[in-house]
Design a protein around this ligand. Structure first.
Ligand code: G4P
Length: 528
């Protein structure tokens, strides 16, 4: 097998999806621990201010107690290379999260045992559905009283519409938590309070029939467990690899992230069964991860990660081939070769210069605005990866300057910040307004803060009567021109120069659609 195939096959690239507070950050830390990244990884948010912010505008993130940026962590485990793509936790940053989910091969869903399926879990799950992303589930906070495990599985099945296959099963919970049973191996792993689980380090019994187990957990707990297991086996589904890979079944684990309990059982199962990089669709053909030539697409842009270097980093997910430091790659959109100098990899311990990377890995490419979200890189072939969406924003503001002489900087700032994908920037055809659109209201604060911090521009954002936006497309040039003339008042161009209809009300949008049936109004724009 070629070097490229072998490396691709041992990659596991995934993201954690959860409602805020379910324990995503805590679980991430524990996973990194198993990967040997003992020190607190710089990319994991620090709740206890043990770490100073890496750039000034992240102070905003700290103030708000949210994670604005998403990052990438790579660690080796059990002969595999695991890439964990962090998704921003706050509900306001949905769009960024969606795009991260286009760059992974599977996902891990974290659910709070007391809260069950929450609103954001449902939304994220819908996104995973679009690509049939395989999902494993971790039910967290078992050290606290929570809901009945069977009820929780029922809820996952009925609300999220995915079959559950429990792999571990809890023995008690809260103060009565004794451990978990591994339903596939039969082993019982004890939870021992007060032990510092820096790595998984518990007493293990080979089966529930082991005579020593009764002494360890007590006869009543064991009897209860036997009854429950009978019930579970009757009511749930056995693990089916194919159904899992098709996104139809989720293997379920129980544990406590903060106590590092049940986490290694999850990780072991994950590296064994989660998919390695899958083939990806492009405009031309499907690209297999084992192909020799490098291909990849950009799913995220981030500015000023390091305040010393005020450039931007484009995060590229590699889809095939091998990246080597300093190589040239073909930037399909511009039709030019770009030298991928000083690309970053994301080993959990620290960012470092990439020597080589393979399908499933993410590299960070420094640039000054030449690279946009959705861009494809190849070794010369003209193809573009599809399915990286830009969503129509729901909230709009007009940018107004306190100092009119700074208009140039404002335009530049808005355009560059919108390249990162969290906000979108529109220029109406008939006015000089600068309109910013976002999916969440917090993004306007972030933009105002960064405009000041990074561009020295003091701007305020004032309300504007725009209810929604739709990208406009029409195969018939003449009809499009007609439409443009008639609706110029409500038309704008986005940062990429695409025509967009800004509707003052939903009713207006409906009327416009009815009057121009030959024109398509799109709620998402695929990055082309
Ligand atoms: P998030 O990234 O999904 O938002 O969740 P995060 O890991 O930040 O966890 C949210 C809170 O839940 C944290 O408490 C964390 O310590 C706690 N937590 C995580 N896993 C467990 C668990 O297994 N059991 C229990 N009991 N709690 C857990 P916090 O009070 O916000 O922060 P901290 O002061 O405890 O650090």
């Amino acid at each position: 097998m070629s070097d490229v195939s072998q490396e691709a096959l041992r990659r596991r690239t995934f993201a954690i999806i959860s409602h805020p507070d379910a324990g995503k950050t805590t679980l991430t830390e524990k996973l990194l621990l198993f990967g040997g990244a003992i020190q607190m990884a710089g990319s994991v948010k620090s709740r206890k201010t043990t770490r100073s912010a890496t750039s000034d505008w992240m102070a905003l993130e700290k103030e708000r107690g949210i994670s604005v940026t998403s990052s990438v962590m790579q660690f080796p485990y059990d002969d595999h290379i695991v890439n964990l793509l962090d998704t921003p936790g706050h509900a306001d940053f949905g769009e960024d999260t969606y795009r991260v989910l286009t760059a992974v091969d599977s996902a891990l869903m974290v659910i709070d045992v007391a809260k069950g399926v929450e609103e954001r879990t449902i939304k994220l799950m819908e996104v995973c559905r679009l690509r049939d992303t395989p999902i494993m589930t971790f039910i967290n906070k078992l050290d606290r009283e929570g809901r009945d495990p069977i009820d929780l599985l029922d809820e996952v099945e009925s609300v999220l519409g995915i079959q559950c296959a429990p792999i571990t099963w809890p023995i008690g919970m809260g103060k009565r938590l004794k451990g978990v049973v591994h339903l596939v191996s039969g082993e019982v792993h004890l939870y021992e309070q007060g032990r510092n689980f820096t790595r998984q380090d518990s007493t293990i019994f080979p089966s529930i029939d082991d005579p020593a187990l009764e002494a360890a957990i007590g006869a009543p707990a064991l009897a209860e467990l036997r009854d429950e297991l009978e019930l579970v086996q009757g009511a749930s589904h056995p693990f089916d690899l194919e159904r899992y890979l098709a996104g139809e079944q989720t293997p379920v684990f129980f544990g406590s992230a903060v106590n590092n309990f049940g986490v290694q059982l999850l990780l072991d199962f994950f590296v064994r069964h989660a998919p390695s990089p899958r083939p990806r669709a492009t405009t031309g053909r499907e690209v297999a991860p084992t192909e020799d030539k490098l291909t990849g697409f950009v799913f995220k842009i981030q500015a000023n990660m390091d305040p010393q270097h005020r450039d931007r980093v484009a995060f590229m997910r590699i889809c095939s081939g091998k990246f080597t430091a300093g190589m040239k790659a073909f930037h399909v959109r511009s039709g030019k070769d770009l030298k991928l100098a000083n690309a970053l990899t994301f080993m959990a311990s620290d960012r470092e210069i990439a020597e080589s990377a393979y399908s499933g890995d993410v590299i960070g490419i420094h640039n000054h605005g030449t690279i946009s979200i959705g861009d494809t890189f190849t070794e010369g072939e003209k193809l573009s990866f599809t399915g990286i969406p830009n969503f129509a924003p729901e909230l709009f503001r007009r940018a107004r300057l306190r100092d009119p002489l700074k208009l140039k900087q404002l335009q530049k700032g808005l355009a560059q910040l919108s390249e990162e994908g969290a906000t979108q920037f529109f220029r109406p055809l008939m006015s000089n307004d600068l309109i910013l659109g976002a999916v969440g209201v917090l993004q306007f604060d972030v933009v105002a803060y960064r405009l000041k911090d990074e561009y020295g521009v003091d701007a305020i954002f004032e309300p504007v009567t725009i209810a929604t936006a739709r990208w406009v497309r029409c195969g018939n040039e003449k009809k499009l021109e007609e439409f443009r003339d008639k609706n110029a008042m409500n038309l704008a161009v986005d940062a990429a120069g695409q025509l967009v209809y800004l509707a003052p009300t939903r009713v207006n949008l409906q009327l416009a659609q009815e009057r121009a049936p030959e024109v398509e109004f799109l709620a998402t724009r695929e990055h082309a």
